[in-house]
Write a protein that binds this ligand. Structure first.
Ligand code: SF4
Length: 414
């Protein structure tokens, strides 16, 4: 069998550049970004500081995180693939961007919505975009690294959040399926540190902050902080950021099901009054046996109680459920118990159920626990079947069903 290395798939930049003169070049201005498109098929989008944030070139999609990390995404044989760009790939892309924008601003065939900007602003954007050097992108990475510890994961609907890292890592860090924070010492930062971190973030993003849609309190289980701490932090965030439809739509965070027993509906109401909108809980399973194999503390009942207390306070939830866990032995129990407990949660159309299809490949701690109990592992296909079986059991005759979607992290970049 020939194994192709698709990592080396790259756009044919020179072909696009050689035809620029006869191409249709459009400049599109939006409130928080500017795009250049060539014959519709090549699109380059920039933030208001002139940095590339997104591109489609020759069928390959490029995404830049807040630092200088770029991903390329494309389909091959029907499969979605993604790779980090190498240094030379980044440099090729940015050289291409420079040539295209130089041409586009001088000879656009069409401009859209430029009337929302003054002539001076337009000139400034042009200058910012075409004057960017590779070293400017490199310096983004240096500042980013000084502000953030690695951000391992966000809920899929929070990829455009502004992450305020009030904790580092996970306070538990022993689930058998999770290696996100393996070598990271858990830390709840002192308030002053989070305040300075937030101000540094605002400064770092400048006017590109308009691309961020919400605020996310990182990392894994930040709501374990005492309520007075959270209240003080939310008050500060409400002072620093504007929350409305056009700016930030609210504050969000992960929550766990093992430190929340002490928090009351009144505690959560304090947060809700301060624009806290949704908590994401790693529920994983309704089966205590499967939870044991995941080595996750708490119980499905506690998770349900936490969810219902949050809902009573007016806060929405994202319930994350894993499928494919528990092996063949607990296949049916996982399906039945998970559906049962979720159906006992007081969810509505503002909530989200995430289905995270688990693949055990290389997850040694989890595989060891299966082996100890002589349980045969599920296949990726089993995970898909479980997703459908659980879905079919959820919300019989409910008026206001929560949204159900996949917990897909392949395209995550921050
Ligand atoms: S609680 Fe969450 S972040 Fe912490 S180890 Fe478990 S899965 Fe990972």
């Amino acid at each position: 069998m020939i194994v192709q290395n698709f990592n080396f798939k790259s756009p044919d930049y020179s072909k696009i550049l050689s035809k620029l003169q006869e191409s249709k070049v459009q400049l599109n201005f939006k409130r928080n970004s500017i795009s250049v498109s060539i014959n519709i098929f090549t699109v380059l989008t920039f933030d208001l500081r002139g940095f590339l944030i997104y591109g489609i070139v020759d069928g390959i999609t490029f995404k830049r995180g807040l630092g200088n990390r770029f991903l390329k995404l494309f389909r091959e044989n029907g499969e979605k693939l993604r790779f980090d760009l190498t240094k030379s790939e980044k440099s090729n892309l940015l050289e291409f961007v420079k040539e295209v924008t130089n041409f586009a601003f001088k000879k656009p065939t069409e401009t859209n919505n430029h009337e929302s900007f003054t002539e001076i602003e337009l000139k400034e954007f042009e200058q910012k975009i075409i004057s960017k050097k590779i070293s400017d992108y490199d310096s983004l990475q240096e500042t980013y690294d000084a502000i953030y510890s690695p951000i391992m994961i966000l809920p899929p609907d929070q990829y455009l959040a502004l992450v305020v890292q009030m904790t580092i890592g996970c306070s538990y860090n022993k689930c058998s399926f999770c290696s996100f924070y393996k070598d990271v010492k858990f830390q709840l930062k002192p308030f002053e540190e989070v305040r300075n971190h937030t101000l540094a973030l605002k400064n770092f993003l400048g006017n590109s902050i308009g691309l961020r849609k919400s605020i996310f309190l990182g990392d894994a289980n930040s709501l374990l902080a005492p309520t007075p701490y959270l209240v003080k932090l939310l008050d500060f965030l409400n002072k620093e950021f504007k929350f409305d439809k056009k700016k930030f739509n609210g504050i969000y965070a992960f929550i766990d099901n093992f430190t929340q027993n002490l928090k009351t509906v009144e505690d959560y109401q304090e947060l809700e009054r301060r624009n806290f909108k949704r908590a994401y809980i790693g529920f994983e399973t309704g089966s205590q046996n499967v939870l044991r194999l995941l080595n996750k503390p708490g119980t499905p009942q506690i998770a349900k109680d936490v969810v219902n207390r949050l809902k009573e306070s007016g806060i929405s939830v994202g319930v994350i459920l894993m499928t494919g866990v528990g092996g063949k032995k607990y296949f049916s129990e996982h399906v039945e118990e998970s559906a049962k407990v979720i159906n006992e949660m007081n969810l509505d159309k503002n909530d989200i159920i995430y289905f995270s299809e688990f693949v055990s490949y290389g997850i040694q701690n989890y595989l060891d626990l299966l082996k100890e109990e002589k349980i045969e592992d599920n296949s990726p296909e089993d995970a898909k079947i479980q997703t459908e079986e659980i879905k079919s059991r959820l919300f019989p005759n409910w008026q206001e069903k929560p949204r159900m979607t996949k917990y897909e992290i392949k395209e995550f970049i921050y």
